[in-house]
Design a protein around this ligand. Sequence first.
Ligand code: CS2
Ligand code: MG
Length: 416
Amino acid sequence: MTALGTTRARHGSRTITDVDVVVCSPGRNYVTLRLGTTDGLVGWGDATLNGRELAVASYLRDHVAPLLLGKDASRIGDLWQYLYRGPYWRRGPVTMASISAVDQALWDLQGKAAGMPVFQLLGGRARERLMTYPHATGHSVEDAVASVAGRLEEGYAAVRVQASVPGLPSTYGVHVGDEAYEPAHTDLPDEEAWSTPLYLDFVPRLMKRVRDELGFGFALLHDGHHRLSPTEATWLGRELEPQRLFWLEDVTPAEDQRAFAPIKAGTTTPLAVGEVFNSIWDCQELISNRWIDYIRCATTHTGGITHMRRILDLADLHGVRSGCHGPSDVSPIGMAANVHLDVAIPNFGVQEFMGYPDAAAEVFTTSYRLVDGHLEVDDDVPGLGVEVDLEAAERYPYVRRYLPVNRRLDGSMHDW
Ligand code: CS2
Ligand code: MG
């Protein structure tokens, strides 16, 4: 037994020879892991944790890189267990984003070594393209309706809509001025104002106007972003039933999974949650009790492809479908990992795609693309199909940015 244990590479296997962490900011911050192996292959992983990027970079550089050098890159499952059980301190967003990046990079390497796209290793293609939803926003109901109409014209079959709540100075999910919406955009956190009564008064009117003007021929989504109590959430779900939403997202924080039981019992509006979860233990009860309809975890924050497969298999057993988180703060590498899973699993629901700042395309090129509002991935590009231009990344150094915080009108803190 060597110091590195049974996962040390055997003669002739693919050994990890170099581990690099790149933090760049082409319009927003990304944490990228690069693994090199003895056979000259390079694997890429995404560890971006919005507003806490440097903590993940340090976890990878200082604590994970020394453990990976000399290991057999083909032992994906065993390395996952090594990094999950090994530190003793399990779970949490920093640890799990780090494990996610390693796992994505190892799947990328496995695919490149096999000469196959990752979805082939996951069981092969189950669908030709992915129903994908973008964001529609507006400062008024009229603007929001026009924004949804524009998205439908682009070919999307599903659209999420958020609009400024009258009486509040700013609203989650709505762009500031003419800029595209990006939640983490300032050096220190913005302070946003929140009123549950104003929000509950507005959202049913917004969603009704969208259906009245644009009809029922597309999937309509809305994100509550963790702000309601279970009782308020149930009321909103009931009010929205006539609009037949595809889903109502994150109506209440799900730290207490049982909080979803009364909501599920009280409304037929489909429920989605999970973008801030890190492991299967955050959603085990939600899924096995069928308290949700869609699970929103993403490969970047929930242990990579290896762990997401477990969650999605559990979900499939209980009639829950996927809706992987796809904001601009999941890098194009993490998005590729979502896409390869989505293409292969039986219980695909929808894929979020918020899009990226223009500069991100200088750093990342992908083998998936948006065609008429649906994501498609190439059959003949091995691995995850993402290449990273490190010289371009150097032109965009890290910029400190925080997500906003939220205060009620009396000044007390609320969930953002
Ligand atoms: C959002 C995210 O895409 C979504 O559903 O909830 O944009 C979220 O606000 C960001 O990922 C936060 O970093
Ligand atoms: Mg969300």
